[in-house]
Design a protein around this ligand. Structure first.
Ligand SMILES: [Zn+2]
Length: 416
């Protein structure tokens, strides 16, 4: 497969540190939010690096930065490599970033080694992958596949600009989204290198991961309606304590997620709001969100039904009202087996590898609606991500890029 090509670890290290310095100085390290001055600056640098790597650079309607290298058979739909360079507030130096820089490093190697692929290759920096002030994530990849509607484009962020204006500031053309959207068959294969953002590779002693699927996420809002009352004068048997009820519901969510299903599931309650939130008042109302994640929609349906039943019985037992409303639904994707095997064997040539699902969403979720996708993971030290402590050794980043290269060379011959 072309594993004799040696990726340049020093150059990759240098690139990562350049982006780690183009961050918002007024916010926690390493913040680079989309639609900001720092983001524009990092985009400018990325564009120059793409051009130096011999790529023809353009910005699409959804404001994604795209570098193109023509293949020897331009009639074939392109292979696309992509990820993102925006971060969460106080994010890391690797999340998304290594996927884009890895793509650029591959373009440089193709250029320097004078390797001509059959497929045209596209290297993409997708706009705003992380959750944004517009209440939506994976903005650029959604836009690329025609999944950004008018209502979303008119949403306003904290600076008072609409998403439509934000995309325009980055060189996008929101009015052309529909016309430019990619459809089934427009892309032969989409590949993405990303940090795992979890502990599995490190704890099982593997250097690389071939992703088997990306979880779907269901989010719900639960409201427990109790009765606020004096904490001293209200006897225990005369209370409708909303927080005690919420606690039981939260434990039941944990219990349900802990049962065994045909596919693994995780369930989380990450925040709750207590009213009136005073130490001497029986809580009158509690509102919280919970989310469930799994590769399989059926498993999510089964779990949510079980949670609904326990909520009903907790409400009856405590004689208070508990309501549950859906907030958002995204379906998981199962990656095509041939792609998983191609990625896995390409990884195996570089280091010890594991097939594993992704517990985090990615731009690949969106692109999967129009093309086969494949993902390579590298380990996250201590499983930490979305934090300035996020770390992956440079040698492992290099191995990830090497595995991505092998995958590209392999599928360039396979996909016709
Ligand atoms: Zn990411």
């Amino acid at each position: 497969m072309g594993s004799n090509i040696k990726m340049n670890t020093e150059r990759i290290k240098g690139d990562i540190s350049i982006l780690a310095n183009i961050v918002d100085q007024d916010r926690p390290l390493y913040t680079r939010r989309p639609f900001t001055g720092e983001y524009l600056k990092s985009r400018k640098w990325l564009k120059e690096e793409m051009e130096k790597a011999g790529l023809t650079v353009s910005v699409d309607a959804a404001s994604n930065l795209i570098g193109e290298r023509k293949g020897s058979r331009p009639e074939l739909p392109p292979i696309m490599i992509g990820s993102h360079t925006d971060s969460v507030v106080g994010g890391g130096r690797f999340d998304g970033i290594i996927g884009v820089l890895g793509g650029i490093e591959i373009a440089r190697q193709l250029d320097e080694q004078d390797v001509r692929l059959e497929h045209t290759l596209l290297i993409v920096d997708f706009t705003a992958e992380e959750a944004s002030e517009f209440g939506i994530s994976t903005i650029g990849s959604r836009g690329m596949v025609g999944n950004l509607n008018k209502e979303i484009l008119e949403r306003v962020n904290h600076d008072g600009i609409t998403l439509r204006e934000g995309l325009e500031q980055l060189g996008g053309r929101p009015s052309e989204l529909e016309k430019e959207k990619k459809k089934n068959g427009d892309i032969s294969l989409y590949l993405e290198l990303h940090i795992e953002q979890g502990p599995v590779l490190e704890q099982t002693g593997h250097e690389l991961g071939a992703v088997t699927g990306i979880v779907g996420i269901r989010r719900y809002k639960v409201t427990c309606h109790g009765q606020a009352n004096h904490a001293g004068t209200t006897p225990m048997n005369m209370r409708a304590d909303a927080l005690a009820a919420a606690s039981e519901v939260i434990l039941s969510i944990e219990y349900v997620a802990n049962q065994s299903y045909s596919t693994q599931i995780v369930g989380t309650v990450g925040r709750l709001f207590v009213e009136p939130n005073a130490s001497n008042v029986v809580p009158g109302k509690v509102v919280f969100d919970f989310e469930l994640r799994s590769l399989e929609s059926d498993v999510l349906d089964e779990a949510i039904e079980n949670i609904g039943q326990s909520i009903d019985s907790i409400a009856v037992k405590r004689t208070l009202d508990i309501t549950i409303e859906p907030l958002s639904v995204s379906d998981g994707i199962i990656i095509n087996e041939d792609v998983v095997e191609g990625v896995f064997h390409s990884c195996q040539e570089v280091g010890s590898s594991l097939r594993l699902p992704s517990g985090a969403g990615h731009d690949a979720n969106q692109i999967a609606s129009i093309a086969p996708v494949g993902m390579v993971f590298v380990p996250s030290q201590n499983g930490v991500s979305h934090s300035s402590d996020e770390w992956t050794d440079y040698e492992l980043v290099t191995k990830g890029i090497q595995a991505l290269w092998n995958t590209l060379i392999y599928f360039d011959k396979q996909f016709k």
